[in-house]
Ligand binder design. Structure first.
Ligand code: PEP
Length: 255
């Protein structure tokens, strides 16, 4: 059984009092809704705060990116070990906002996935198509290529160490989520491809949908057999909205 998972990607938002209110609200709002897992990915300076507030609760926290190196002359970067030191269990890898600005390639995203897993973190590996690729009917080809970066470098079994997230770039921050049927089609395609290589890995791998998930559309999305939860950006900036999504995930049937 794959439990639903909801991940907040708070991006470069928040401040200490605002984070406190959000985390307190999330703890209270999910206390009686424990049939799903919840993760909050915050900007690095706030991980210490997350550790202090969330320690001892069922809510996990994580980073939004990391270096593949353990230490060295990488100004502005954060190592996997540093995230672990601040209690992170998760880290987002290969988000389109990093890929599109040239900070990340398929290959380097794959390397970071492995580095995160090696450090004991669960990488949340993002794949997704641009609007042009979607309109050209190339979604399968693009997401398959992005996923292959892990499989070719480290083998299909490496996928068991993390989470996959399909995030169409045309749906991120636009308010226009993919339809549940479209998202299901892509997630089903990716899971089917993984199953051809290793049925056990495919069966247990949690695959999320991300892109304008909100309190209204989450129930339909989470009812799809291959959608194991959501990666949530904008809606995670509103505590009530995010709590409502978490509660929906807790009510949804695990696949
Ligand atoms: C994201 O950027 O990971 C994301 C899902 O954003 P939004 O929910 O705002 O589309």
């Amino acid at each position: 059984m794959r439990r639903k998972l909801v991940v907040a990607n708070r991006k470069m938002n928040g401040n200490i009092p605002g984070n406190q209110a959000f985390l307190d609200g999330l703890i209270a709002g999910t206390r009686d809704h424990q049939n799903a897992d919840y993760v909050v990915c915050l900007p690095h300076p706030y991980l210490y705060q997350a550790q202090n507030v969330l320690r001892g609760t069922p809510i996990a926290w994580g980073g939004q990116n990391m270096s593949r190196y353990d230490s060295g002359p990488y100004t502005g970067s954060v190592s996997p070990g540093m995230l672990v030191e601040f209690g992170c269990q998760y880290v987002i890898i290969g988000h389109s906002e990093r890929r599109s600005r040239g900070h990340e390639t398929d290959h380097s995203a794959g390397e970071r996935f492995e580095a995160a897993a090696k450090a004991g973190l669960k990488p949340i590996f993002c794949v997704g198509d641009t609007l042009a690729e979607y309109e050209e009917g190339r979604t399968d080809e693009v997401t398959f290529r992005q996923l292959t970066a892990i499989i070719e470098q480290f083998g299909v079994k490496e996928l068991a160490q993390g989470i996959l997230a399909y995030e169409p770039i045309w749906a991120i921050g636009t308010g226009k989520a993919a339809s549940p049927e479209h998202a299901q089609g892509i997630l089903g395609f990716l899971r089917g491809h993984i199953a051809e290589l290793d049925a056990g890995i495919a069966k247990n791998l949690r695959i999320l949908y991300g892109g304008s998930v909100n309190a209204k559309n989450s129930a339909a999305l989470f009812s799809m057999p291959d959608i194991d939860g959501g990666l949530v950006g904008t809606a995670s900036l509103d505590t009530n909205e995010f709590v409502a999504i978490c509660q929906t995930a807790s009510r949804a049937r695990p696949s």
